[in-house]
Ligand binder design. Sequence first.
Ligand code: G4P
Length: 285
Amino acid sequence: MEDMKDIQWFPGHMTKTRRQIAKSLPLVDAVAELLDARLPGSSCNPEFAGLTHRKPRLVILNKADMADPDITARWVQHYRKEGCAVITCDSKSGKGIKTFAPALRELLADQLRKYAEKGMKGRPIRVMILGIPNVGKSSLINKLAGRNRAKAEDRAGVTRTQQWIKTEDGVELLDTPGVLWPKFDDQEVAVRLAMTGAVRDDILDREALAARLLTLLHTEYPAALQERYKIAPDAEGTGFELLELLAKNRGMLLSGGVPNTERAAVTLLDEFRGVKLGRISLEKP
Ligand code: G4P
């Protein structure tokens, strides 16, 4: 896309993450990867499997409160088939958080049995949280930590900056989550992340972004557009023409009656991100 070629990715971040993960990996029993339930594919780092070797993996579909529940259910099946443990949650309200520890216990059942046989019963499960920026890592850690936000003791082999946070269910979290970076080279991924606001949208052409979002919504969620913007499900036209229609229907006009598509774009993006159009997913498995 012409107007999107200025997106800058920072592969340097991945180098730092790679080092950090490699150092912490031997200390944890499992890795928990946070994905945005609205776009699990685009919020997933393709290097993840290579970075974490064969550590048991818990996929957390976060922001499930914003995503289409039917599609989220399909993603859960998808990741289960891949052999991962999966939970869905809303780290802002805390809904679904209670399933975190039981899912880990099930994922690590064999290992926990071995520990128990060796007399290491009650040994905490140690987990590292990974995810791209803004996916909700800090929110999740805060919710899981609850009243125990005060840090647990240092442990041998962990640098001073890395400490453990005890949760209420016998799970310990590395307090520094690994920041993964989204796929650098895929423009489609960049566009979808920008739609959710995960990527700063001032480096993108906002009207082009909104036009892309409108096209997607017109196909997948026509009723939502009808209800909120009076855009008929059978309306025809390009994404930009739909944006003009949105501007007209909302009375956003410049002098001479020209649709103010810039304002319409801001409105659409804000309202989509604020879940004013309902719970919407941008990707299916
Ligand atoms: P990060 O550490 O991975 O970078 O993400 P962080 O927890 O800072 O969360 C980024 C934003 O996403 C925050 O919003 C946070 O409240 C929101 N968020 C995280 N998890 C969920 C969720 O499951 N559901 C919803 N609806 N929102 C979630 P913010 O606008 O930056 O801050 P705030 O105004 O909410 O405090």
